[in-house]
Design a protein. Structure first.
Length: 214
């Protein structure tokens, strides 16, 4: 595929992000064109380019690691979808983070747990398990932040039901790296409290977790 063809095909919906990601993994010389698509004035091109980068970060994060600053900058984007994709990409890049860039932005990354957006916070929670697996030395810090979700006060935008969803996501994340956690009793107690959660899906996640680990 020629570099000049990619964005045009994205704009016209002639190709899927998954197919472009595969082409870029096979030929990284195509990557600059995808990055340029983030600045496109065409919303479809912009978002599909970002989605392509997220897929690449899942399949071959090493290709994108040198551009980690680009995704760190996107955390401040006013476009929520770009912000969510940046959160996901950064989470994937922790598996190849030889320069410990994530440690430098840990506080900023986890500050989104306090955002009045369940989706933004949810992306952080969803990535926490893989981050803990990639960086075991951050296990306690990540666990502490996930357990603190229980104490976030509801707001008109982050309702109790939103919190319940996040708590369910936290249980799934903790399950991914529970064997690494030193203070397992804190996590078990947190999960047991979710047996009384008013959201049935979260309650079931707690039951499954406890059957496995307690």
């Amino acid at each position: 595929m020629e570099r000049t063809e990619i964005l045009e095909k994205l704009r016209k919906k002639e190709i899927k992000a998954e197919d472009i990601a595969k082409s870029v993994v096979e030929d990284p010389a195509l990557l600059p064109e995808i990055f340029s698509g983030i600045s496109s004035g065409n919303p479809r091109t912009k978002l599909k380019s970002a989605k392509t980068l997220r897929i690449i970060s899942e399949k071959n994060p090493g290709i994108l690691y040198s551009q980690m600053d680009f995704f760190i900058d996107l955390l401040d984007s006013q476009n929520n979808i770009l912000k969510w994709i940046a959160i996901d990409v950064i989470g994937n890049l922790t598996s190849v983070d030889s320069k410990n860039r994530f440690e430098e932005i840990f506080k900023k990354y986890y500050s989104f747990l306090s955002a009045e957006s369940m989706i933004t916070a949810g992306h952080v929670v969803d990535n926490s398990g893989k981050i803990a697996k990639a960086k075991p030395h951050l296990t306690q810090k990540i666990t502490s932040r996930l357990l603190e979700l229980e104490d976030i006060p509801p707001t008109p935008r982050l309702t109790q039901e939103c919190k319940n969803i996040l708590l369910g996501k936290a249980i799934l994340a903790l399950d991914m790296y529970f064997d690494q956690i030193e203070n397992k009793n804190d996590v078990i107690s947190f999960t047991r409290r979710q047996l009384n959660n008013t959201r049935n899906a979260t309650k079931k996640k707690a039951e499954k977790f406890l059957e496995k680990w307690s």
